[in-house]
Design a protein around this ligand. Structure first.
Ligand code: GDP
Length: 445
């Protein structure tokens, strides 16, 4: 669904990857590109504007995390803003204190209401509920029958006008279904209403009358994500005409541009609660804004790394390290080990390289640092006395032999490590002064 948008956004991030730091010009260029990408994906203009403004503001602000490179900083902000426009928290169904919980479905004809009724019923039944499906769409030929077929597949009971009883009154059917549900111990009632091909005053009035008759706990507005910009107009009309407490996006499996998904929440203020992504009854799930955002960004792994980097390199640790690297304290082998442990916590070294600012420059140092190697280095450092760790220069021939024996390594290993440490320290000092970490100290004091 979001392929083009994902591609466009990743191009934005890729172009930032080579940057050492994020300038205002970079931010302007990137946000312009993001704006175009969203508009092309059919996201409604007010949503695009709010989104871009917020990304820009945050990217310029001081909130950027020092452990992230520019591309990652922007990915992080875009991700969080996407989650925001998609609604932030996952919104769960609210059940009535006194069953049955009544769920009313509203939306245009063809939006996928009847299919959704079956999906929702199956999903609820699997969780141990006893839902009842109610056919209050008596307009469309075969609507009742279609609901019965869907109900059969979901193995849930369907409440519908008696065949041959003439055209029932949908409001009456809906009202009677609540009594029926109570008598038959159904704890959830899902009422399918009639839709029209376009927004229509009669349809709204009928849906509103059904609403008043059954006093629903949730009104779900069902909208086809493939209808593009129209989704916003339709949502607004249903919001005014019937009101709703949640949105269900259907046909997310389609290849349309998906702007509806990104606009509806912002425009109506109501949360997206479920997503439908196919014709089968189990092509259905609770809508999670964070998962959808990372799907759109197409970079689950990168987001995980960003999260880990933030956790591992907290601000305090960074400040301490940068001070040491600048020579205000001494960067010792203990610190070296601490950094390695921090880096290792983030996963295999190959994944981690390049995600830390300036780490690319250390690639040579870290390239052959596989896990076994890491354990050996750690063993060597741990076999040193505190004095040796603080000042490796004192490590002479006999100390080397003692350390090698103590750590089960060779004198060559010890030599290599000490050499590598000196090189790394030199490089870090260069890197630290280049990257302007000095600013952090001012901020921190
Ligand atoms: P209603 O008029 O709102 O009740 O819509 P229906 O439930 O009859 O669905 C209209 C059409 O869309 C049917 O052909 C469904 O099979 C199809 N449909 C519903 N949900 C989805 C979905 O998530 N993905 C796809 N690809 N088709 C769907």
């Amino acid at each position: 669904m979001f392929d083009t948008l994902s591609d466009r956004l990743s191009a934005v991030f890729t172009s930032l990857r080579a940057k050492g730091r994020l300038t205002d010009a970079d931010i302007d260029k990137s946000t312009r590109e993001i704006r175009v990408a969203l508009l092309e994906a059919d996201v409604a203009l007010p949503v695009v504007k709010a989104f871009v403004q917020s990304v820009k503001h945050r990217a310029r602000g001081a909130e950027v995390h020092q452990a992230l490179n520019p591309a990652q900083q922007v990915v992080k902000i875009v991700n969080e803003e996407l989650i925001g426009i998609l609604g932030g928290e996952t919104r769960r169904l609210q059940y009535a204190k006194n069953p049955p919980t009544v769920i009313l479905l509203a939306g245009l004809q063809g939006a996928g209401k009847t299919t959704l009724a079956g999906k929702l019923a199956l999903w609820l039944r699997k969780q141990g509920h006893a839902p009842l499906l109610v056919a209050a769409d008596l307009q469309r030929p075969n609507a009742v029958q279609q609901l019965q077929v869907v109900g059969g597949r979901a193995e849930v009971e369907v409440f519908a006008p008696e065949p041959g009883s003439g055209v029932g009154d949908p409001v009456d059917v809906a009202r009677r279904s609540i009594d029926f549900a109570q008598r038959q111990q159904h704890d959830i009632v899902i009422v399918d209403t009639a839709g029209r091909l376009g927004i229509d005053a009669d349809m709204m009035a009928q849906a509103a009358a059904i609403r008043d008759a059954v006093n629903p706990d949730e009104i779900l507005f069902v909208v086809d994500a493939m209808i593009g910009q129209d989704a916003v107009t339709t949502a607004q009309a249903f919001k005014d005409g019937v009101g709703f407490s949640g949105v269900v996006l259907t046909k997310l499996d389609g290849d349309a541009r998906g702007g509806a998904a990104l606009s509806v929440r912002h425009v109506t203020g109501e949360p997206i609660m479920f997503a439908s992504s196919g014709e089968k009854l189990d092509d259905f799930d609770v809508f999670h804004p964070d998962r959808m955002a990372s799907r759109i960004l197409g970079m689950g792994d990168m987001l995980t790394l960003i999260e880990q980097a933030e956790q591992v390199f907290d601000a305090e640790q960074q400040q301490r390290m940068s001070e040491k690297m600048l020579g205000e304290g001494d960067f010792t082998l203990d610190d070296f080990l601490e950094q390695m442990v921090a880096v290792k916590k983030m996963g295999p070294i190959s994944n981690v390289l390049g995600m830390l600012p300036g780490m690319n420059q250390m690639k040579g140092q870290l390239d052959n640092l596989d896990d076994k190697h890491f354990d050996r280095v750690a063993a060597v450092i741990r076999s040193m006395t505190p004095a040796e760790r603080n000042d490796p220069k004192i490590i002479n021939g006999s100390r080397r032999l003692r350390i090698a024996n103590g750590s089960g390594t060779t004198v060559t290993d010890v030599n290599q490590l000490v050499e590598r440490f000196f090189e790394a320290r030199k490089m870090m000092r260069q890197m630290t002064s280049q990257m302007g970490f000095g600013g952090m100290r001012r901020g921190g004091s």
